[in-house]
Design a binder for this molecule. Structure first.
Ligand SMILES: [Zn+2]
Length: 233
């Protein structure tokens, strides 16, 4: 079982760990700050014991790191996250939450899926049809929330408490199995609150600027929004 250090500290860039299993060109660690692909957020890259980290996947309770070299079971290793890539993903991921909050409060629509790469993302919403002028209005409102410099807080709630949290109910918290004792919540204070395992910046001001690049229809009640993240001018 790998301890996921990024869940409590998304700003951890380096860490020490021990190799607990090896298979082919992959190693599992007792603890890691490398984010494994999931929840629409791609994996981190960086170095582990001086070897490049090419891919990171979670399988059950273990995180496997594919490296361009070899390490032995029991070896102590130092890991370093490629911070430029990770911080861009944190800005992008947090921007997606701001979009979700704005779309919910202004239009009452829910997101049905999302995907991101560093500084670009897409989210699907259950709109039918898309309101006129949607893209421009969304961009305007999202950047207002970024400028409001809202804190982004991480909480761990007991499963039972999460089930009755009025803000979490709309994001389908009821689908989380009861075997999960603790539910991680990402709270953009006053704007958006959802269960989530990803990495985020500490404050919406750290996102920069959001530009709505494109809105497209992917069918009835499914509209796709593409965004890019820019540095603050
Ligand atoms: Zn998130």
């Amino acid at each position: 079982m790998t301890e996921l250090l990024f869940l409590r500290d998304a700003y951890l860039r380096e860490f020490d760990a021990t190799v607990v299993a090896v298979r082919d060109d992959q190693v599992a660690l007792d603890r890691t700050a490398f984010y494994p692909t999931g929840g629409g957020q791609p994996h981190d890259t960086g170095t582990l014991g001086g070897h490049g980290v090419l891919d990171v996947r979670k399988e059950g309770e273990d995180v496997w790191h594919r490296i361009d070299g070899s390490l032995e079971v029991g070896a102590p290793v130092h890991g370093v996250i490629d911070w430029e890539r990770r911080h861009r993903l944190m800005r992008t991921h947090t921007a997606m939450h701001v979009l979700n909050g704005v779309v919910w409060h202004r239009w009452g629509a829910l997101a049905t899926g999302n995907n991101m790469e560093p500084l670009v993302g897409r989210i699907d919403y259950e709109f039918d049809p898309l309101p006129p002028g949607f893209g421009e209005e969304l961009e305007r409102l999202v950047n207002i929330e970024i400028d409001a410099a809202r804190d982004v807080r991480i909480e761990f709630l007991p499963h039972a408490a999460a089930q009755v949290d009025p803000d979490l109910i709309r994001t389908k918290v009821n689908l989380i199995p009861a075997t999960v004792k603790e539910v991680r919540v990402v709270d953009i204070v006053g704007l958006d609150r959802q269960t989530d395992g990803g990495t985020h910046v500490r404050n919406t001001a750290d996102i920069g600027r959001v530009r709505v690049v494109k809105t497209e229809s992917k069918g009835k009640a499914n509209k796709r929004i593409r965004i890019e993240i820019l540095d603050k001018p």
